[in-house]
Design a protein around this ligand. Structure first.
Ligand SMILES: Nc1ncnc2c1ncn2[C@@H]1O[C@H](COP(=O)(O)OP(=O)(O)OP(=O)(O)O)[C@@H](O)[C@H]1O
Length: 266
């Protein structure tokens, strides 16, 4: 066979072959920066295969929660249990503002990084893998741009490239931090289609989002966060006018210099 370099057998696994989606349980989770809590006494479940939007005002702790789930921040108290996968098998999309785009690589290089977990960083990719990289680039609407340096892409094109990389990562748990912020409608629609496709493949997906209408339309589950939980469950039950007002009021009352914890766990 002509599988010269990275020739693992799971190139084109169907979703049926894959392990079940992971579930996540938060148990009285508090995450703090230098002892100032950003996420407070949060308990609940992200069900296996669920598609959840985390919503809340600026500073509500949404990004902090994602970073804690992916393992970049440690709980100050409480626990995060992820059943079914290893932490390093999580795909994490940071806010685009946190990504360094000056790195001198092409779209193709960037997208091919999605294969690292399988192939290792320093093995040349084989013909089969190159097909998959190009397929992913086409799927996200970037055909023709494979050889472009990433520094020359528009914000929307760069976000498409990051999605293509995640397509190849083939993770069972995806954490997306504001994936559609500052994107035009066409790009947003295309990338929502990718997310829905992942959802149909029984992956567990959690996305931080600011656009409430978009959440209502596309996300079955929602967690409304204002450092602690305001509501968590079916989106239509969570995103009520009253709950959104409560979240806003709670966030207006935040004091970043508050003592470590101002209420006791139940
Ligand atoms: N690295 C850090 N060091 C210290 N404090 C931080 C750090 N990152 C975030 N914070 C603080 O933690 C709180 C929650 O921030 P976080 O970024 O999680 O909120 P968010 O809900 O994602 O907000 P936004 O919608 O504005 O992105 C804020 O008060 C923020 O200032």
């Amino acid at each position: 066979m002509a599988h010269d370099h990275c020739s693992h057998t799971h190139t084109h696994r169907s979703s049926r072959d894959q392990a079940p989606a992971p579930g996540i349980r938060l148990d009285n989770l508090t995450v703090a920066y230098r002892r100032h809590p950003a996420v407070h006494h949060l308990s609940g479940n992200f069900a296996p295969g669920s598609l959840t939007a985390i919503v809340g005002p600026n500073g509500a702790g949404k990004s902090t929660l994602l970073k804690a789930i992916m393992g970049a921040l440690r709980p100050a108290t409480g626990r995060i249990e992820i059943a079914g996968i290893n932490r390093r098998d999580i795909a994490y999309l940071p806010q685009i503002s946190e990504v360094d785009r000056t790195f001198p690589i092409t779209v193709l290089d960037l997208v091919a990084m999605g294969l690292w977990r399988r192939c290792g960083a320093f093995r040349r990719i084989g013909r089969d893998q190159l097909h998959r990289v190009n397929d992913a680039i086409t799927t996200v609407g970037l055909s023709g741009l494979a050889e472009r340096p990433i520094s020359t892409l528009s914000g929307g094109q760069f976000q498409r490239a990051l999605f293509a990389r995640m397509l190849l990562q083939d993770a069972r748990l995806l954490l997306l931090d504001e994936p559609f912020t500052a994107l035009d409608m066409k790009t947003t629609t295309d990338l929502i289609d990718v997310v829905k496709h992942w959802h149909g493949e029984n992956r567990t997906i959690i996305a931080v989002l600011h656009d409430i209408d978009l959440v209502r339309e596309h996300f079955p589950q929602a967690l409304l966060l204002a450092r602690s939980e305001v509501a968590w469950g079916k989106t239509e039950d969570v995103l009520t006018g009253t709950n959104l007002l409560t979240a806003r009021r709670m966030c207006e009352g935040f004091d970043d210099n508050a003592p470590f914890c101002d209420h006791q766990a139940a």
